[in-house]
Design a protein around this ligand. Structure first.
Ligand code: DP6
Length: 331
């Protein structure tokens, strides 16, 4: 028998209402702007990490397929940080599955790196606070820092780790995902945001104005003012996409169906059925409303040609470990 340390963790995806888009011009993957998100119960990644003295390299399997190159390097960089903290020299096998389309703007890297950070730190025998795990995840993919927490979370500009703001259990909001095209995105968000920073004339304005919008959104969340929060979310969405559309070459994640959904929401919402949209690095649209209006809003969405699925998401839990800290541990 060989030394072996394993753990399985589950993390839920999060969608930013106030977007992280752009990095500080220093190493370490620090966000240039503050962001505010909701962790979602219906979208999750489950990841098993096994460190084993017999492995000769890291291996990464996602949804049943072996993954190489850049995604594997990103996984290995997080494992390296954890190996160094734990003084562990073994390579690892990482087996991960998403219950939603990967790399298509549904924040799979957020839940993915959060689940990996939790599983790998536990498998390595580290007993870290959520802030330390959030920091490890952030260094690989900043949005994943927020998925360590359940409910509402924020990540300040330049911050090491995300903040847990509210469990989300006392306010019945839902985010309804209108899935349009589950195909992978043309350009990853990391490259896209670097291109926006380097080439969009609007990027400086985006960074300069983000803190005020973030503060407005946090105030709206504090007062449970859905209308104010939803409007902040839409402003952040359009400003982020403005930097994308004005990058060279332009980064275009929105599709005609994305716009059709947005137009439908704008024309059908009312004081009695409030609904607000956002869209990220992919064509899907996420709609914020109250749980009592979820069925009505879903029926609007399902009637739009090109909407292939709708997923009603409530506030989700913090990332957690499914197995004991170590198992099959035989020296
Ligand atoms: C549009 O967290 O994927 O979803 O730090 O380079 O891995 P990296 O970027 P990533 O960017 C997410 C961007 C977004 C907005 C958000 O989640 O805040």
């Amino acid at each position: 028998m060989t030394p072996r340390f394993a753990a399985t963790a589950v993390a839920h995806s999060n969608i930013a209402l106030i977007k992280y888009w752009g990095k500080l011009p220093i190493s370490g993957n620090y966000p240039a702007v503050p962001s505010l998100s909701l962790t979602l119960d219906a979208l999750r990644t489950r990841t098993r990490v096994t460190f084993d003295s017999q492995y000769s390299q890291d291996e990464f399997e996602l949804d049943g397929k072996r993954v190489l190159e850049r995604p594997l390097q990103r996984v290995s960089s997080l494992l390296d940080a954890i190996r160094s903290l734990a003084s562990l020299e073994y390579f690892a096998k990482v087996v991960s599955s998403n219950n939603f389309p990967t790399a298509s703007g549904l924040a799979s890297s957020a839940s993915g790196f959060a689940a990996l950070a939790v599983a790998a730190t536990h498998a390595a025998g580290l007993n870290l606070e959520p802030a330390a795990i959030s920091s490890l995840a952030r260094a690989c993919s900043a949005s994943s820092a927020r998925s360590i927490h359940g409910g509402w979370a924020s990540l300040d500009a330049g911050a090491d780790s995300a903040n847990a703001l509210d469990s989300g259990q006392n306010w019945d909001v839902v985010l309804i995902v209108a899935v349009t095209d589950p195909g992978p995105k043309a350009i990853g968000s990391t490259q896209a945001m670097i291109r926006c920073a380097d080439t969009s004339p609007y990027f400086a304005a985006w960074v300069e104005t983000a803190p005020v919008l973030f503060a407005r959104a946090c105030g709206a969340l504090h007062h449970r003012d859905l209308d104010a929060l939803g409007r902040c979310m839409e402003e952040s969405t359009w400003r982020m996409h403005a930097t994308m559309l004005t990058a060279v070459p332009a980064v275009v994640y929105i599709s005609p169906i994305t716009l059709a959904i947005i137009n439908e929401i704008r024309s059908r919402r009312s004081a009695s059925v409030p609904a607000y949209f956002t869209t990220d690095a992919g064509p899907h649209v996420k709609v914020l409303t109250m749980a009592e209006h979820a069925a009505a809003v879903r029926s609007w969405l399902t009637q739009i040609p090109g909407v292939t699925d709708t997923i009603i998401c409530k506030p989700g839990p913090a990332a957690f470990v499914e197995t004991p800290v170590t198992e099959g541990h035989t020296a």
